[in-house]
Design a protein around this ligand. Structure first.
Ligand SMILES: [Zn+2]
Length: 156
């Protein structure tokens, strides 16, 4: 928390596909897309696009942009591509897996010439950026040979 900042209005994301205001859905409600409780979600029912909120967020701050089925799949692919690098970094540096994942997503975002917002994560990326990031990781691993565990991105 920074001191001296004006109080910000409560976040209320718009759908990234149709532009309509998203609505907050909780487990058990009609609009909620999962059978199980994955926490509250900002959802656009028309586009079947949604995004979760930061854990323990009292202001329901969204984790990133709303994601439709295609973007959810691409985020899954990107996560899967990054995970071996993150796990290798945990083994090598002894950092937490959360830290390793956060550094990994920041690294690959820079690799594709994009930038993450403050507190940004994989959920900040759009479909095009996810596709480019997956391709960049594959290229990186090919260049470094067939041993992804040796190719952990260094901290700077
Ligand atoms: Zn929409």
């Amino acid at each position: 928390m920074r001191v001296g900042r004006p109080v910000q209005p409560l976040p209320h994301p718009n759908c990234d596909y149709c532009g309509a205001p998203a609505s907050l859905a909780r487990a058990g409600e009609e609009a909620y897309p999962y059978r199980d409780d994955h926490g509250p979600l900002w959802i656009c029912v028309d586009c079947q696009a949604w995004i979760g909120i930061f854990p323990r967020s009292t202001r329901n701050v969204p984790l990133g942009r709303l994601a439709d089925a295609r973007l959810r799949n691409l985020k899954g692919e990107l996560h899967a591509a990054l995970e071996p690098l993150a796990q290798a970094k945990v083994r090598r540096d002894g950092c937490s897996v959360f830290e390793a994942r956060a550094k990994g997503i920041r690294w690959v975002t820079e690799l594709i010439g994009a930038s993450l917002p403050e507190k940004g994560s994989i959920h900040s990326l759009d479909a095009d950026q996810c596709e480019r990031a997956v391709a960049a990781i594959k290229e990186f691993e090919q260049e470094r040979g067939a041993h992804p565990s040796d190719s952990v991105p260094d901290d700077r």
